[in-house]
Ligand binder design. Structure first.
Ligand SMILES: [Zn+2]
Ligand SMILES: [Zn+2]
Length: 150
């Protein structure tokens, strides 16, 4: 095992036979996403997302319960069809990666990385004040340009 090998587990909210999944490599990044798509679908002012390599991710239980909903032609979101939990998504911009909603990871475990940036701050709600945590803030995806002041 390499020094970046880990095992992080997550699940939907079903009490019986939940969808379970895991990844086995430290995430490439963990970002707060403020895009309207993430905020609207999750009902939060921002979403906390772990970006993991697809090849290190697998569904370990309940795969037949997973339902896809494309919130945009390029954004493929996976929900549990029974409890409605939105667990992870694929975006065409990152074909080799999967984006996991961190709150669906089992609590109390080390997820392999800490939040390291804010993305899509151009969509930040006007009344939301970001903490003074020194993390870079990007207008779109992190590769969309230099960080901005927000
Ligand atoms: Zn469920
Ligand atoms: Zn987003």
């Amino acid at each position: 095992m390499s020094d970046t090998a880990i095992r992080v587990t997550g699940r939907c909210r079903c009490e019986k036979n939940p969808v379970r999944f895991e990844y086995t490599k430290v995430p490439a990044e963990v970002h707060y996403c403020l895009c309207t798509d993430c905020t609207d679908i999750s009902g939060g002012a921002m979403a906390l997302i772990a970006v993991v390599e697809r090849s290190t991710f697998r569904i370990t239980q309940g795969e037949s319960k997973i339902h896809n909903y494309d919130t945009k032609p390029t954004c493929h979101r996976r929900f549990c069809s029974e409890c409605g939990c939105h667990m992870f998504l694929y975006v065409d911009a990152f074909p080799e990666h999967l984006l996991i909603h961190v709150p669906t990871l089992d609590r109390g475990q080390d997820i392999g990385a800490k939040p390291d940036r804010y993305v899509f701050v151009n969509s930040k709600l006007a009344w939301l004040t970001l903490p003074d945590d020194g993390l870079p803030r990007h207008q779109g995806w992190a590769n969309s340009g230099a960080p901005v002041e927000v």
